[in-house]
Structure formats: structure tokens, C-alpha cells
Ligand binder design. Structure first.
Ligand code: KG4
Ligand code: ZN
Length: 327
């Protein structure tokens, strides 16, 4: 079984071909960093137009790399939300058109489900249920992944997402866009204890995350320390928040077989190391997808398509794009 996956919910356009036995036959991706960099963030209208221009050629390139045509594909999986609505519409409409033209089933994928199942593409031994920390530019959640289409949300952010905090900190420190990798690089030369910063909600009985207070504290501290020390101190505060909240969730989700991290912020080395230590403390397996599978891509959408198709799901051609779509 081969599934064509399409992703266009934020600022990456991507197409991939993935088989049921976890072979990534092709994986094409076009970032838009240069187009958004002058604005210091993703501009939705620019993003949507760029998706229109490159998605078709990326699909053709993916099929060519796998030496396939649309006729060889078993179904088309496209992100149907959540995300920037213009971009989501481009990918979903493209997916519908390809599915209709080739008379193949359509799978409308929740982008968060793509992230949530992505660790199973990389690791065939990862079984349900697992506790997932999903940390990206738009989301920060703890989910008990009980099976395909079976997600129990244990915690979410009450204000900013962790990736958003990284991006805003990068902007405050003049490190450029996209922010996460820039902050991580700057933090390597800094002292994580240099600047005292708050760790919102840590130690509290309530399950959720909060990063707005941390971001505001970074804004106040700009100029009092070097960008490297500020970046390192900020990153350490985020890691401490993520660990504290995940430790609390492990108490309420004791049936989990593994601690898993996914989403763009999962590419961060300090975040991965902190979670790995936490998993070891609880005698749990720790699973993190390879870096290319953490940030937005179409292989995770194709893989979610594989899992849903095998579970018997398909979606009608009148499925609508959803800017908001909780798992
Ligand atoms: O999953 P993703 O590619 O897109 C969303 O669905 O949001 O996540 C992007 C987010 C951005 O906020 C980016 O700054 C962050 O992930 N990110 C990182 C790193 N790489 C990407 N944050 C911290 N450290 C990184 N190395
Ligand atoms: Zn994402």
C-alpha cells in the first residue's frame, strides 16, 4: 500500500509517498523562510500563494523519484487543519482534485494527528498507548495516544505554544526567523543560570502549560545580559516547564508504555535530553522521531493516512478545511 501525503498548513509545502511497511519512497519539501523573514513571522497570504506555486511540482517530483504515477497510489492524504486557512485550503483542494482525477480515496488528516503518529513511522516497535508531548509552533499538549483516532488530551497551553515562545524570544534577541533553531544555536554559548526567569505553573496541581509570563520576562531582561546567556536561560526555563508538566501527567497516565515527543520543538537537543532523563527516571522507553520528521513534513501526513486507511477511514470530497480542529 502506498499513500501520497500533502502538507501546507503553515510555512512548509510538502509532498511524500509512504508505504504501509514504513518505507518513505519520496519526501519533498519547500520551506518559505526567505519569503517571511523580512516580516519576522509567517504572513498567511504570502504562505498561501507560495503553496499554490510549489505544491503541484512537489507532487510531480515525489512521483518521479518513486518512479510512480498517480495510478500506483492507493489513496491521497492531505492536511485538512488546523492551520492557516489559506494554506490548508490549497493542500486539501489539491488532494481532492488528485483523488477525484485518479478515482482514489481521500483521507483528510488532522495535522496534529500527523505529528502524534509520526514516531510510529520511525519506530515500528512503538505500541499504543503512549504519552505524547506535542510541542510545535501552534500547540503545546500532552496527549494519551490510545490508538488511531483515539487521543485523550491531558493538558494544553493556556496562552502561548512553546514554539511560539522560542520564535518570539528569537525576535526579541534579534536572532532572526525561524526562531527555534536560532535560539538553540545561541544558547550553546550561553549560561543557562545567568538570568533568573519564571517557570509558569510548575509545581501546580493544574495540568496545563503557560509561556506568556516567561516571554514577558525575557522582554524585560533584554539588555541586562548577553543574547547567548538570555537564550540559554530561556531555553532552560522552557525545558524545566515541559519536564515539570510531563512529570505531573505521568502520574495520571500510568498505563503509558513510552514517553514520546513530537512536533517542531522536539528537534531541540535540550528538550530531548530533558525528556529522555525523565523517561529513564520512570523506567519508560523514550521515543523521539528523527529531526526531519519533527518539523512539518508530508511523510507524517502520508503515514497518518496509512494508519487511518488501514483502520477503515476515508473522507468525502466535500470535507471542509478547518483553521481550528482540536484532536
Ligand atoms: O511542527 P512545526 O514545524 O510547525 C507547527 O506545526 O507549528 O513547529 C515549528 C516550531 C517553530 O515554533 C520553531 O521555532 C520550533 O518549532 N522549532 C524549534 C526548533 N526547531 C523548530 N524550537 C526549538 N528548538 C529547535 N531546534
Ligand atoms: Zn506542525
Amino acid at each position: 500500500m502506498v499513500i501520497l501525503g500533502l502538507e501546507s498548513s503553515c510555512d512548509e509545502t510538502a509532498a511524500a509517498l509512504v508505504t504501509a511497511d514504513r518505507r518513505v519512497l519520496a519526501h519533498k519539501l519547500a520551506g518559505q523562510e526567505a519569503a517571511h523573514a523580512p516580516y519576522g513571522g509567517v504572513v498567511p497570504e504570502i504562505a498561501a500563494r507560495a503553496h499554490v506555486e510549489v505544491l503541484g511540482p512537489l507532487v510531480q517530483a515525489a512521483l518521479a523519484e518513486a518512479d510512480m504515477t498517480l495510478a500506483d497510489v492507493d489513496a491521497v492524504a492531505a492536511t485538512a487543519g488546523p492551520g492557516l486557512i489559506g494554506g490548508v485550503m490549497v493542500g486539501l483542494v489539491t488532494g481532492k482534485a488528485l483523488a477525484h482525477a485518479a478515482a482514489k480515496p481521500l483521507l483528510a488528516i488532522n495535522h496534529l494527528e500527523g505529528h502524534a503518529l509520526s514516531p510510529r513511522l520511525a519506530d515500528p516497535t512503538l505500541a499504543f498507548p503512549y504519552l505524547l508531548l506535542l510541542v510545535s509552533g501552534g500547540h503545546c499538549q500532552l496527549l494519551l495516544v490510545e490508538g488511531v483516532a483515539r487521543y485523550r488530551r491531558l493538558a494544553t497551553t493556556i496562552d502561548d505554544a512553546a514554539g511560539e515562545a522560542f520564535d518570539k524570544t528569537a525576535k526579541l534577541l534579534g536572532l532572526g526567523f525561524p526562531g527555534g533553531p536560532a535560539v538553540e544555536a545561541a544558547a550553546r554559548d550561553g549560561n543557562p543560570q545567568a538570568v533568573p526567569l519564571p517557570r509558569p505553573l510548575t509545581g501546580s496541581a493544574e495540568p496545563h502549560f503557560s509561556f506568556a509570563g516567561l516571554k514577558a520576562a525575557v522582554a524585560r531582561a533584554v539588555g541586562t545580559a548577553s543574547p547567548a546567556d538570555l537564550a540559554a536561560s530561556f531555553q532552560q526555563a522552557v525545558v524545566d516547564c515541559l519536564i515539570d508538566r510531563t512529570r505531573r501527567a505521568l502520574k495520571t497516565a500510568p498505563v503509558a508504555t513510552a514517553l514520546v515527543v513530537a512536533g517542531g520543538v522536539a528537534a531541540n537537543g535540550a528538550v530531548r535530553a530533558g525528556l529522555e532523563a525523565l523517561a529513564a527516571e520512570h523506567q519508560l522507553r523514550f521515543v523521539a522521531p528523527p529531526l526531519w520528521l519533527c518539523t512539518d513534513n508530508a511523510a507524517m501526513i502520508a503515514w497518518a493516512g496509512v494508519e487511518r486507511f488501514q483502520a477503515g477511514y476515508t473522507d468525502p470530497l466535500d470535507t471542509v478545511a478547518r483553521p481550528r480542529w482540536p484532536l
